[in-house]
Design a protein around this ligand. Structure first.
Ligand code: NAP
Length: 309
C-alpha cells in the first residue's frame, strides 16, 4: 500500500526531477509514490488526455516531450518495452536529448525473460542471459543498447508484475482462470509497491553512497505455482475455482502467448537487491501482495483513485 511505501522510503535527493517515460501500470505507481513523497515528477503517455499524461511521448509518431518538460530532469525511468523491430523506443527517439541532460540516474524496466529457461533453478544477475523467446531476445538487445548508451543506466529485471487492478483477483473475476498443473513449474512475481520501493532505494543508494550495480533482479522471496496463487486469491474472495487440469490436456487450447510462459521455468533470486543492497520488501510473497490487492479492491481505491493527476 502506498502509505507503507511512503513510511519506508527515503525521499529522492534534493533538487531532483524524475521523468517517467511510459507511465502505465508500474510507471504510474512510481509516480504516485514520488508525488506522495513530495518529489518533482513528470510522466509521459502516448495520448493527450490519458490519466497521468503530463507530457506526450510516442516513438511511432515522432511525438517527443517538449524542451520545457525535459528541462532540469535529473532522473529518468523508462517503462517502455521494445518496439516490434526490437529497437528501444526511448533510445531511438530521445537519446540525443537524454545525453544533453544533467542526468544522475537512468532506470530501465526489463524482464527476467532474458534468462530463458533455467529448468526450475534459481537464477541470479551473474548468470548469463540465454533468451529463447523472440521477445526476450529483443529485450536483451535493448538492455545492451542502454548499457552502451553512455547514460548512467541501471537495469531492473522484473518477473510477473501484479498489483491492485491487475492480479489473480481480476483474472478470477473475469472468469479467465485456468487451474493448470505442470509439476515442478513455478513463476516468480513482483508487486508494484516493491517496484516503486526498489526504485527509490536504488536511486538513493546510487546518489548517496555511489553504489549502482548495472543489473538488479527485483522479485519477491517466493516463486510459486499458478495453482497456489489462484487458490489463495479465491480463498480471500471466498469463491470456488474450476477443477485442476493437467498441462498436457490444457495445452492444445492455450494461446501461443500463454504457452510461451509455460515453456520457461525459473526462480528469480533477489539476493542482490535484498541482502547485498539492503532493500526490504513490502510484500515478501504472493500472500501479502494479494491481501493488499484484495483490500484495495474492496475499498475501490484502484478504480477511483489509481491515476493521480
Ligand atoms: N507485465 C508484466 O508482467 C511484466 C513483467 C516483466 C517486465 N515487464 C516490462 O516492464 C515494463 C513496465 O511494465 P508495465 O506492465 O508497467 O507496462 P505497461 O503498463 O504496459 O506500460 C507501458 C508503457 O509504455 C508506453 N509505450 C509503449 N510503447 C510506446 C512507444 N512506442 N512510445 C512511447 N511510449 C510507449 C505505454 O504508453 P501508454 O500509457 O500511452 O499506453 C505505457 O505507458 C514494460 O517494459 C514491460 O514490458 C512487464
Amino acid at each position: 500500500m502506498i502509505k507503507d511505501l511512503v513510511n519506508q522510503c527515503e525521499p529522492l535527493p534534493s533538487n531532483s526531477k524524475l521523468l517517467i517515460l511510459g507511465a502505465g501500470f508500474s510507471g504510474q505507481h512510481v509516480a504516485n509514490l514520488a508525488k506522495q513523497m513530495g518529489a518533482n515528477v513528470i510522466c509521459s503517455r502516448r495520448k493527450e488526455g490519458t490519466p497521468g499524461a503530463d507530457c506526450i511521448f510516442d516513438s511511432t509518431k515522432q511525438k517527443i516531450p517538449s524542451e520545457k518538460a525535459l528541462s532540469e530532469v535529473t532522473h529518468v525511468l523508462s517503462c517502455i518495452p521494445p518496439d516490434a523491430e526490437g529497437e528501444d523506443p526511448v533510445l531511438i527517439s530521445l537519446k540525443k536529448e537524454l545525453k544533453n541532460m544533467p542526468l544522475q540516474w537512468v532506470g530501465y524496466l526489463s524482464t527476467t525473460g532474458v534468462y530463458g529457461d533455467c529448468k526450475g533453478q534459481w537464477v541470479t544477475e551473474s548468470d548469463l542471459p540465454k533468451p529463447q523467446l523472440a521477445r526476450s531476445t529483443r529485450r536483451l538487445g535493448c538492455e545492451q543498447a542502454w548499457q552502451t548508451s553512455g547514460l548512467p543506466i541501471q537495469i531492473l529485471r522484473l518477473p510477473g508484475i501484479y498489483g491492485p487492478g491487475r492480479s489473480a483477483i481480476e483474472n478470477i473475476k473475469a472468469g479467465k482462470t485456468k487451474m493448470i498443473d505442470k509439476p515442478g513449474q513455478v513463476f516468480s512475481r513482483i508487486h508494484i509497491d516493491d517496484i516503486a520501493g526498489a526504485i527509490f532505494h536504488l536511486i538513493n543508494l546510487s546518489t548517496k553512497k555511489n553504489i549502482k550495480p548495472t543489473i538488479v533482479n527485483v522479485a519477491d522471496n517466493l516463486p510459486s505455482t499458478n495453482i497456489e496463487v489462484m487458490q489463495y486469491a479465491a480463498s480471500l474472495m471466498n469463491i470456488s475455482l474450476p477443477p485442476i487440469e493437467p498441462f498436457q490436456i490444457a495445452a492444445p487450447t492455450m494461446s501461443s502467448m500463454a504457452l510461451s510462459f509455460w515453456q520457461e521455468n525459473r526462480k528469480v533470486s533477489n539476493n542482490k537487491l535484498c541482502n547485498e543492497l539492503g532493500y526490504r520488501l513490502i510484500h515478501s510473497d504472493y500472500k501479502s501482495g494479494l491481501k493488499d490487492c484484495w483490500l484495495q479492491n474492496k475499498s475501490n481505491i484502484f478504480s477511483n483513485n489509481y491515476f493521480m493527476n
